[in-house]
Design a protein around this ligand. Sequence first.
Ligand SMILES: C[S@@+](CC[C@H](N)C(=O)[O-])C[C@H]1O[C@@H](n2cnc3c(N)ncnc32)[C@H](O)[C@@H]1O
Length: 267
Amino acid sequence: MTQDLTRYTAANRAAWDASAPAHAATPEWAALVQAASQPGFSTFDACLAETLQALSLQGKTAVQIGCNNGRELLSLAHFGARPRLGIDQSAGFLAQAAQLARAAQSDCQFLCADIYALPENTPRGHDLALITIGVLNWMPDLPRFFQIVAGLMAAGGQLVIYETHPILDMFDPDAPDPFAPVRSYFQAEPQVFDDVITYDGTDAGKGARSYWFAHPMGAIVTAIAAAGLRMERLTEHPHSNREVDYDRYEGQTAQLPLCYTLIARKP
Ligand SMILES: C[S@@+](CC[C@H](N)C(=O)[O-])C[C@H]1O[C@@H](n2cnc3c(N)ncnc32)[C@H](O)[C@@H]1O
């Protein structure tokens, strides 16, 4: 790995680990563990649920890259898939994932590793590779990332991405005018954060420094194609799947795209 890439991913690992205890201390976490033990457990929103239902996942093995606490990977069982491997570099969140898997009585495995430095014996050949909300922006090198993702997939397997739209990186939802662009769509330098990472918009104070990389849609699609995957679908959506601060961009007359679904297949 290049020195810069290692520096960024190591910093991001520390930032995610620092935020793990804050997530486990919420009433939502206790409710999630309880929900995971119930039949039909799924945390997916209606949009991703519809996508997964249409894919006929019965019996298919699944890997999730950037699986965090495993709630989404385990939710795939409700759609007939077999959650097999969750990859994340935060040991703090993977400890939570193991707890959720126990609650769900799942034999899913979790691998604590930087996606750019996977061990030789990483299980491969998955029918479904899932990447969701808030993963691509932590990746300093997108072409290399998708080469690695493609290497985890079986021939004929599908990659499903349900991510936040890169155009949102131009806006600051907390700015005096949240609709005025504050950054270039093509910004090359990462945004630097020092706050504890939260999903629900709450301020949990200062944490470890992290680095967030903007990737234009063209760069995402091109990196997927360069990894040898064949595009099957790219749908941009007018609803937000980001932190609640971004809900204010919904329901506008001049509507921005707020998130997207992308499906690609390994030939
Ligand atoms: C926003 S979270 C994903 C949340 C998930 N979509 C959900 O809703 O439950 C992003 C995850 O990517 C992981 N991550 C970031 N950089 C990584 C890397 N280089 N290798 C592996 N995991 C990484 C972080 O540790 C974090 O758990």
